[in-house]
Design a protein around this ligand. Structure first.
Ligand SMILES: Cc1ncc(COP(=O)(O)O)c(C=O)c1O
Length: 365
């Protein structure tokens, strides 16, 4: 369809490649985590760029995501990071998606769907995140044995950290549990691929790299927490742009947008920009966020509406057609997804994954 509205996302695939090379430890595999449409960046182009830069595995949250990725022609290994939902096993295995298992029911379903082939599975152990994974970890070696006895191949053993950006001792504890399980299995001649590190652990805790790291946020240039991503030198890959549609000069004292919650303190040029909360530009950013126009920061004036925002440009001589940067660089100024997140008490992950399908993605590099 012809695109008329000048609001779009640009994804810099060179930045993805750069980040993969920066993050991948020597002699260790890297899994590119592509769930939620590649954190809003577009899974297929990101997968291709990550694989080119040295990623060996791809990780997704949903069977649907894995199948969609396969349908683009990707033949790399794809791990689904939770158990296959019941009923999806045959289709998932037919698409050569690698299952995660951690319950008796999940194990039985994969074994039945895969028989008589010896399906390769990864056992996820809950070492403290308490979201998904086999619990308690001290019983995980027994469950691993059952996997093998059922004729499946235990290809991987992994866990997920809850607080790698903030809590070094908690992370060490989680790692120790995983290693204890691995030691028990090794003693029985079982040597699965070991993996644990997300972006924060990849950057902060080299001892967690094991056989493979699983990077999401930092691969996209999003901060995994506490500013460690930017300090490590990752490059944001996503730029979100629009254009000024109209400008009107309004006198001091005028109140703006739904609810009249923003009052002009002086006579101002107020720009209308065609982006809104339906695009994923959160309504919580009302009067809080800034955008870049003509290389300078200007405040979002009042309530973010479904399809449009208003911007208080003061005496800046803005005009219809001027480029507006919502996330990204313009001149010397930069607004990051992490900055928007900090204004509304969330994380950069949520900002980029919220950008809706209505916003077309374009690719550079
Ligand atoms: C199991 C698993 N591994 C790795 C990641 C990647 O985490 P991050 O985006 O912090 O690198 C995620 C994402 O939440 C995950 O669920």
């Amino acid at each position: 369809m012809t695109r008329y509205r000048p609001t779009w996302v640009e994804v810099d695939l060179d930045a993805i490649r750069y980040n993969v090379r920066l993050l991948k430890p020597e002699g260790v595999e890297l899994m590119a985590v592509l769930k939620a449409d590649g954190y809003g960046h577009g899974y297929a182009p990101v997968a291709e760029a990550a694989l080119e830069a040295g990623a060996a595995w791809l990780g997704v949250a949903l069977v649907e995501e894995g199948i969609a990725l396969r349908d683009t022609g990707v033949d790399a290994r794809i791990l689904v990071l939770s158990e296959f939902p019941r009923g999806s096993e045959k289709e998932a295995l037919a698409a050569s998606l690698t299952p995660t298992v951690y319950t008796q029911e999940g194990l039985a379903a994969v074994a039945e769907a895969g028989a008589p082939e010896p399906v390769a599975v990864h056992l996820k152990v809950d070492t403290g995140m308490h979201r998904a994974g086999f619990w308690p970890p001290e019983d995980a070696p027994g469950f691993a044995r059952e996997i093998v006895q059922r004729g499946l191949r235990l290809e991987g053993l992994y866990t997920h950290f809850a607080c790698a950006d903030e809590d070094a001792s908690g992370t060490t504890k989680q790692l120790r549990w995983l290693l204890a399980v691995a030691d028990r299995l090794r003693a029985e001649g079982i040597h699965p691929l070991l993996h644990a590190a997300n972006s924060a652990a990849t950057i902060l805790h080299p001892e967690t790299h094991l056989d493979m790291v699983r990077t999401g946020a930092a691969m996209y240039g999003i901060d995994p927490g506490g500013g460690i991503g930017p300090r490590f030198g990752v490059r944001p890959a996503l730029t979100w742009k629009s254009e000024v549609s109209t400008v009107r000069r309004l006198p001091a004292g005028e109140r703006i947008s739904y609810g009249w919650r923003y009052t002009l303190e002086r006579d101002s040029n107020v720009a209308n920009v065609p982006v809104g909360y339906e695009d994923g530009y959160s309504r919580a950013l009302s009067s809080k966020a800034e955008v870049l126009i003509r290389g300078r920061r200007h405040r979002v004036a009042g309530t973010v509406t479904m399809d449009q925002i208003l911007v208080d440009c003061g005496d800046e001589d803005v005009a219809s057609g001027d480029e507006v940067v919502l996330i990204g660089q313009q001149g010397e100024e930069r607004i990051t997804a992490d900055e928007l997140a900090s204004r509304i008490g969330t994380i950069g992950y949520e900002i980029v994954t919220a950008i809706s399908e209505r916003v077309p993605r374009e690719y550079r590099g």
